[in-house]
Design a protein around this ligand. Structure first.
Ligand SMILES: Cc1cc2nc3c(=O)[nH]c(=O)nc-3n(C[C@H](O)[C@H](O)[C@H](O)COP(=O)(O)O)c2cc1C
Length: 326
């Protein structure tokens, strides 16, 4: 089944399914596999750290796909911020068509991105942030509900409320992000007003995801009860998979209360991604994971996953929903 939505038209993709930027997951292999399967794959800019390395990664992705793909730029407060202007320069120079921004809004960089004809989709967790993104000229937003893996913000609004609220307020198209796994998610997202879905966690449990097998197996083994929220006291909440490091971190949060500083938990969060994603050391630290882990039972190829989502959505729309009409 082919669905034509404002998102498929905006990005020139076959299916309204995006793979969100993921630290130490969103390498060229991941992005190319999703784009080749008809979705929109996204390389995670900050995993590459420098403009030179990002340029190499973009070139690798182009060797693996001739379909559109994007680059994620996450704007986080940092003592020594990454070279954002340099990263954007290589994105523009190498003809990348889509940028997914996240964290702070990309206002400062919008003129450069728009001038280059790049479509910008901003990921945010609140309607007010989505409206801000619309007002600064973003082409679309990715609305990340409380269920999501990674940073759900501090408002704690699940997608059942957040998506229809976004639909009430926004003029630009948006995709539903957080908790999306299958055809049911896609049809529900469309019903709530979205023009597609963005998936993070579900794409990690695929054949092509360039992460250690232990990570994929962990996603199949865990349930919807196994995520935890960390760094709430720092107002930098992150949804992660429970493990020994997360237990230790949460014990420190309870013990130190309002006195907690980032330095107190650095051991559990700083620089742990390569050890987890590449070495498969599952207790090395905290890593982002959505509640949707409870819906992950296998490790298909990206094409199998996307085809299955579309086939399931078709049955839901044409049989189940249609069949309910009296
Ligand atoms: C392991 C992992 C790493 C992530 N890293 C980033 C990141 O670097 N930048 C970003 O904008 N979002 C990041 N995200 C969030 C995803 O792009 C996406 O918004 C989120 O996973 C959607 O929720 P879901 O996991 O329920 O599908 C990450 C998510 C996961 C699971």
């Amino acid at each position: 089944m082919i669905l034509k939505t404002r998102i498929t038209q905006l990005f020139g993709i076959r299916h309204p399914i995006i793979q969100g930027g993921m630290h130490f997951v969103g390498f060229a292999e991941m992005a190319a596999a999703v784009s080749n399967a008809g979705g929109l794959g996204i390389i995670t800019g900050l995993t590459q750290r420098t403009p030179e390395r990002l340029e190499t990664e973009i070139a690798r992705c182009k060797e693996m796909t001739d379909k559109p793909f994007g680059v994620n730029l996450t704007f986080l407060p940092a003592l020594s911020p990454p070279d954002y202007p340099g990263l954007i320069e290589v994105i523009v120079k190498n003809g990348v068509k889509v940028v997914e921004t996240a964290g702070n809004n990309p206002q400062e960089y919008m003129p450069t991105l728009k001038q280059a004809g790049i479509k910008v989709i901003h990921k945010c967790t609140a309607v007010r942030h989505a409206l801000k993104a619309e007002s600064i000229g973003c082409d679309a937003v990715s609305v990340d509900g409380f269920e999501c893996g990674g940073h759900p913000g501090e408002d704690d609004i699940p997608n059942m409320i957040l998506l229809p609220r976004a639909a009430e307020e926004l003029k630009i198209p948006f995709v539903a992000s957080g908790g999306m796994a299958d055809g049911r998610s896609l049809v529900a997202a469309l019903a709530l007003g979205a023009d597609g879905i963005n998936m993070g966690t579900r794409f990690i449990a695929t054949q092509e995801a360039p992460v250690h097998q232990h990570v994929k197996d962990a996603l199949v083994a865990t349930s919807e009860l196994d995520t935890r929220l960390i760094m709430r006291p720092l107002r930098n909440t992150e949804r992660v998979l429970a493990n020994a490091a997360v237990d230790r971190l949460l014990a420190k949060e309870r013990e130190l209360g309002a006195k907690l500083q980032f330095a107190d938990i650095a051991e559990e969060v700083a620089g742990v991604y390569p050890r987890i994603m590449q070495n498969g050391e599952m207790d090395a630290g905290a890593w982002s994971c959505g509640m949707v882990a409870g819906l992950i039972r296998d490790i298909p190829t990206c094409k199998e996953l996307i085809d299955r989502i579309m086939a399931q959505a078709e049955v839901l729309i044409t049989q189940r929903l249609r069949g309910l009409l009296a």
